[in-house]
Ligand binder design. Sequence first.
Ligand code: 6PG
Length: 240
Amino acid sequence: MIVEVFPNTNALSRAVAERFVASARVALAERDAFYVALGGGKTPRKAYELLASDPYRGQIDWRKVHVFFGDERNVPTTDPESNEGMAREAFLDSVPIPSANIHGMYNGERAEEAAAAYERILKSFFAPTGYTFDLAHLGVGPDGHTASLFPRAGTLQETRWVAPAETEMLAVRERITLTPAVLCRSRGIVFEVAGADKANIIRQIIDAKADYPAGVVARCVENSVWMLDEAAAALTAATR
Ligand code: 6PG
């Protein structure tokens, strides 16, 4: 587990965009394709906007990129809560990626059907064993969730690759989420975390190795990288 700290969110976002490009170049050179699972929430937006701008935009052969999502609410992509909508607005609609290569999670079905359909899509790209995503770009909530894998939820033990999120205990919209069954076979995972409200959970996950979902996922792959701004890294000793 690597921990990188950046002075502010602009530096963090640039570093995330650079790591995205570097991961893509390796995958394209080695396998002529780049399979990436995008994070949701607010944090990734700046890095995604950079990917649609120079110099990053021209550094990737977008025709060979396939974009998936870590989780999604059952809302139209025009809804402000849509992770796909955020990614499209930030960069996907501004780079020459074939529309068929953008694999949205919901098409109006209920969570169970959407999860089963998405798992079929993933399994049409990834073999039953071996690696899945070249890069999974995830965030962390103040409660230690990642994607829509919430603390004390059964989804952490799911054998399905995609499952309805357990949101009963939370006042949040119906969602589906990638599970560790598919995330833990990624070649690399980047957790992009910013803000003082994440400092305590970062300390618990990185220093105390607490078993929050983000920590479970971070520790299940060799190449997991925590990319933090100074505010989120304020309480962890890992970078001192
Ligand atoms: C989502 C994300 C979720 C997010 C964290 C952090 O759909 O909301 O998958 O896991 O990464 O909640 O969100 P912020 O970046 O907005 O703090």
